[in-house]
Design a protein around this ligand. Structure first.
Ligand SMILES: [Zn+2]
Length: 517
């Protein structure tokens, strides 16, 4: 197959752009004029002037949760409690539970926290659970709360209470998660149906690989049941390490679905005001010393760590832990990651590059969190979502959506990284804006592994077809295709650095075709 009459942007400095591209079987054969004669009967695709880019990797996604959330009440963008309640009242989805997500009380005009009584008025006796936009708070009605029989408190959790000591209906952090785990179950069939539809949407948005964070809910098993449809780099909870080690399993197990890294949480979030801060506020979920132990034990068993850190204290403690254990993981070539890196104190910023710890960030979060950050982190936002500074310091920066917190839409992420605004307002901290090329690099190239190992349109890269029913054009910009088969060249001849935390199959060329340049 030859893609012609467009611009092929390889994101490889050795050959940044080509006019056409040949794909032979499952291999990228290189620029046309070199290999096309090797093709038996070259099928051509007229790009009509459109641009072809390497396939996107979403480096932070809760895929099963996102897929199911497509069918829940969306409270995103509500400007008041009343608006949120109106949407719940109109909910049409059936089932035992009334479920929703995306509320953010900090952005509501009336400025108070929601309560179970608010919800009771619109839900009646049907148990209702509404997850906050940052997924770290749960708003329940009385019917739902009653299921716990008062057993709500847990270490690392917060139970909001009124003046009489009665739970208000809002649980945060561990309290929220334990409640969810115990009482709000989703059957596998519901996940699988939602994931099947989700994979199609993901392909349509040019995504060929996801770094999934839902290991805790059994995502690996769900992917396995679904069959290979996307490249998946899967997290597993760090608590499972002893079992993995007992079976002599290490990072990289699998091919399209790869079981990759241990997930740990240092703290909460900005929106729930549970980020662990140097000023002493927030919630500590894992201490620096505990993390150091987890990193050390993980490294000895061959597992890298991806650790969630939002507040400046959480990031410092995580960096300290990686520094203390460097002698164990560095010689093994493990690629450690901090997820989110939302607030960094100036002296910690260069440490990502110094230590070789990847900054796994979400470009979309900066403009969507700007108002909350200006409020809760007043005077500190110079080090908030400091993507450009991280890149300038030499850090490896990879981009994800954190879907369902933001939509699984890499082009929206790239736009947010470049514009630092998602509305008509000027860029928020424009000094942290990225170039288009930097934003695409963090979305297409760097998630694969070390930048030094990234390949692009090199001959002998491997091409993998997407499912025949999927399309890989962006909405409204359908690319011209004469074939019913859709292709997403993937995998390749590039080898990973021995022992790196990320699989070689991600260190290779993936292309999708898009109608924009
Ligand atoms: Zn996440």
């Amino acid at each position: 197959m030859i893609l012609e009459n467009g611009t092929i942007r390889t994101l490889d400095p050795a050959l940044p752009a080509a006019r056409a591209l040949a794909i032979a079987g499952d291999l990228i054969a290189g620029g046309v004029g070199v290999h096309e004669t090797a093709l038996a009967s070259p099928e051509t695709v007229d790009l009509g002037g459109r641009c072809v880019l390497p396939g996107f990797t979403d480096s932070h996604v809760h895929f099963p949760t996102w897929a199911v959330a497509q069918h829940e009440v969306k409270l995103d963008g509500c400007t008041s409690l009343d608006e949120a309640l109106a949407r719940v009242r109109e909910a049409t989805a059936t089932g035992t539970w009334l479920r929703g997500y995306g509320w953010r009380s900090g952005e509501w005009t009336n400025g108070r926290e929601p309560t179970k009584e608010d919800l009771d008025a619109v839900t009646g006796d049907r148990p209702a659970s509404l997850i906050a936009k940052d997924y770290h708070s749960l708003w329940l009605n009385s019917a739902a709360l009653a299921l716990a029989g008062g057993d709500l408190d847990v270490a690392g959790g917060i139970v909001e209470r009124d003046a009489n000591g009665e739970p208000t209906g809002v649980l945060r952090e561990e309290s929220a998660w334990r409640f969810k785990e115990r009482y709000i179950t989703t059957p596998d069939d519901e996940y699988l149906t939602a994931m099947r539809a989700g994979v199609k949407l993901t392909h349509a948005r040019g995504v060929t690989c996801v770094h999934d964070k839902d290991g805790w809910l059994g995502a690996a098993g769900l992917w396995q049941q679904l069959g290979a449809q996307l490249r998946v780099w899967q997290s597993v909870p760090h608590e499972t390490l002893p079992a993995l080690d007992a079976l002599s399993l290490h990072s990289g197990l699998g091919s399209l679905l790869r079981i990759g890294y241990l997930k740990v949480f240092m703290d909460g979030t900005l929106g729930s005001r549970t980020a662990w801060m140097l000023d002493g506020s927030g919630v500590q979920i894992t201490s620096g010393d505990e993390l150091a132990e987890i990193v050390r034990a993980g490294a000895e068993a061959g597992w890298p760590v991806g650790v969630h850190a939002i507040g400046d204290r959480a990031n410092r403690e995580a960096l300290d832990a990686f520094e203390q254990t460097r002698d164990v993981w560095e010689p093994r070539g493990l690629r450690q990651r901090i997820e989110h890196c939302q607030l960094l104190s100036p002296e910690d910023l260069p440490r990502f590059a110094e230590l070789g710890v990847t900054a796994s960030v979400q470009f979309s979060h900066a403009p969507s969190d700007r108002d909350l950050a200006d409020r809760f982190w007043a005077g500190k936002t110079g080090g908030a979502y400091a993507f450009r500074s991280l890149l300038d310091s030499g850090a490896v920066v990879v981009n994800g959506s954190d879907a369902p917190i933001e939509e699984l839409d890499p082009l929206a992420g790239v736009r947010a990284g470049v514009r630092r605004s998602i509305d008509e307002r000027p860029a928020w901290h424009p000094e942290q804006a990225l170039t288009v090329e930097q934003a695409f690099h963090a979305t297409c190239v760097d998630p694969r592994g070390s930048p030094a190992t990234s390949a692009s349109a090199e001959p002998c890269s491997r091409a993998t077809p997407l499912t025949s029913s999927s399309s890989i054009a962006t909405p409204g910009t359908t690319s011209t295709r004469r074939s019913s088969r859709r292709w997403s060249p993937a995998a390749g001849c590039t080898t990973r650095r021995p022992g790196t935390g990320e699989p070689g199959s991600l260190s290779s060329t993936r292309f999708a075709s898009f109608g924009f340049a």
